[in-house]
Structure formats: structure tokens, C-alpha cells
Design a protein around this ligand. Structure first.
Ligand code: NAD
Length: 254
């Protein structure tokens, strides 16, 4: 991406999770292109390294780090890494998630708990670890939720519960840390990432038909929304759940 555009994040440091692919990767590129120093993290350390190296090759400033968001200790170390790199944290993008499908009567305890741990517990761990640095910087947190938090899709009760928990949590945190840290969530609709690679073509076609803008989202569509919410352009926006779904959530199911 060209570095000629606006530089809303010059002098800012951003930590992103699950940034080795998809929405997180696109957001890392977007924030770096707008001037941020970006700590690219993922449980996939090699993937995180690749993204950081690509940003560096394009003239941006990035480091990478292995971070399993479900590990409390790894969160402590990641925040320490930011402190010793730039000394401040301005943007935290909590993006990790994947589906553990299965109707409620079929889902075992392990799948339910794994889903909540990956999508919701991890948000609590990340926020708890980063609040001291973020509040010093008057920072912003953006959490990736999902359209599943606001409409029911058969077969995803644990995912819906975890993402719905994020939506409630951003309101709570926005009030709790008002005047120090802004908290918002993006709720993507169907976005063409690895999560969709193995989706049957007929289901993909049906999803597009039910999406008013007539296409799947691109990771860059979500990155643009994350960048807005993380930037000073959104300084009057906190505690919000922004649907970025091509209108999927406001169209009929016909
Ligand atoms: N793609 C969609 O249609 C869609 C729609 C709504 C919401 N989302 C949400 O967007 C977020 C990103 O999804 P994506 O589609 O870009 O996914 P993706 O599959 O492209 O990337 C997911 C990344 O998460 C990483 N990851 C998995 N477990 C992790 C862990 N424990 N700690 C750290 N990283 C871990 C993976 O290594 C991978 O790099 C997720 O929270 C997902 O629920 C995606």
C-alpha cells in the first residue's frame, strides 16, 4: 500500500492479534500504511513474521511476536514487549476468533468452552493486561465481533454467544474507562478469508444473494472500519458495535 495517504497513526503504536492472515493481516497493513508502528502477533509465529516483513519491505514499521491470545502469561509478555519497543500503546485490535460449529444439542463441553476461551476470555485477558499502557496513552481498543452476534445462524450457538459477549463488554468497558480509553467493536458480515475458503459454493452464492451490496466483504473493508474506530476521527465514538456487513443484517432472509 502507498505511504502517500493520510497518516492518522504517525507516532502511534498498535498491537494486533490474529494478524497473520485475513482481517488482522489487512488491518496491520492499513495501520502501518497510515504511520503506526505495528506489533503483528498471532499464534502462528511464522505467519506473523511474514506480515511484519512485508510491512517493512513496503516502508512501514513493524515487529512480530507469537501470541496465543488464550494465554495470560503470553499477554503479559506481549505488553512488556510493547513497553520495551516504543514505550506506549495507542491501539489494540483484539481480532482472534474462529467457529466451533454445532447445534446446541450436539455441542460438547470442550467445544463450548474452547469457543468462549478463544473469542471472549481472550478479550478479557488482553484488556486486563493492556489497560495500564492504553490509559496512559489515551488509547483505543477495537474488538472483532461478528454479525452472528445480532442474527441467528443455524449451527453456531457458541460462536454467537462469544461474539454477543463482546458486544456487551465493549459497552461496559467504554463506561468503565471513560475519558481514558475508547472501546468499540466491528461486526463483520461474510468476509472472504480463510474462514470461507472451504465453504460450499452454493452457500457462498446464497450469502451473496442475501447481502444487499451483492458481494462478500474483503478483509480491507473491515480494516478500514477498524482504522476509523482506532483513529482520532472516531474520538467521539465509544461503546459502539459497528456492523460492516454489506447490509446483511438489515435485509430479509428471503
Ligand atoms: N471471515 C469472516 O467471514 C468473518 C465474519 C465475522 C467475523 N469474523 C471474525 O474476524 C476475525 C478474524 O477472522 P478471519 O476471517 O480474518 O480469520 P483467518 O482464518 O483469516 O485468520 C485467523 C487467524 O487467527 C489466528 N489464531 C487462531 N487461534 C489463535 C489464538 N489462540 N491466538 C492468536 N491467534 C490465533 C490464526 O493463526 C489466523 O492467523 C475472527 O474473530 C472472526 O471470528 C470473520
Amino acid at each position: 500500500m502507498s505511504r502517500a495517504g493520510p497518516t492518522r497513526f504517525t507516532g502511534r503504536t498498535a498491537l494486533l492479534t490474529a494478524a497473520a492472515s485475513g482481517i488482522g493481516e489487512a488491518t496491520a497493513h492499513r495501520l502501518a500504511a497510515e504511520g503506526a508502528s505495528v506489533l503483528v502477533t498471532d499464534v502462528d509465529a511464522e505467519g506473523a513474521r511474514r506480515v511484519a516483513e512485508e510491512i517493512g519491505a513496503q516502508g512501514g514499521r513493524a515487529r512480530h511476536r507469537a501470541l496465543d491470545v488464550t494465554s495470560v502469561d503470553a499477554w503479559t509478555e506481549a505488553v512488556e514487549a510493547v513497553t520495551s519497543w516504543t514505550g506506549h500503546l495507542d491501539v489494540l485490535h483484539l481480532n482472534a476468533g474462529q467457529n466451533f460449529p454445532g447445534a446446541a444439542h450436539e455441542l460438547d463441553d470442550a467445544a463450548w468452552h474452547d469457543q468462549l476461551r478463544l473469542c471472549l476470555d481472550s478479550v478479557f485477558y488482553g484488556v486486563r493486561a493492556a489497560v495500564p499502557l492504553l490509559s496512559t496513552a489515551r488509547g483505543a481498543v477495537v474488538i472483532t465481533s461478528s454479525v452472528h452476534a445480532v442474527i441467528g445462524f443455524k449451527g453456531f450457538p457458541a460462536y454467537a454467544a462469544a461474539k454477543g459477549g463482546i458486544n456487551a463488554l465493549v459497552r461496559q468497558l467504554a463506561v468503565e474507562y471513560a475519558g481514558q480509553i475508547r472501546f468499540n467493536a466491528v461486526l463483520p458480515g461474510a468476509v472472504a478469508t480463510a474462514l470461507w475458503a472451504e465453504t460450499p459454493p452454493e452457500y457462498k452464492a446464497q450469502t451473496i444473494a442475501r447481502t444487499p451490496v451483492g458481494r462478500l466483504g474483503a478483509p480491507e473493508d473491515i480494516a478500514a472500519a477498524v482504522a476509523f474506530l482506532a483513529s482520532e476521527d472516531a474520538s467521539f465514538v465509544t461503546g459502539q458495535n459497528l456492523l460492516v456487513d454489506g447490509g446483511r443484517s438489515i435485509s430479509s432472509q428471503e
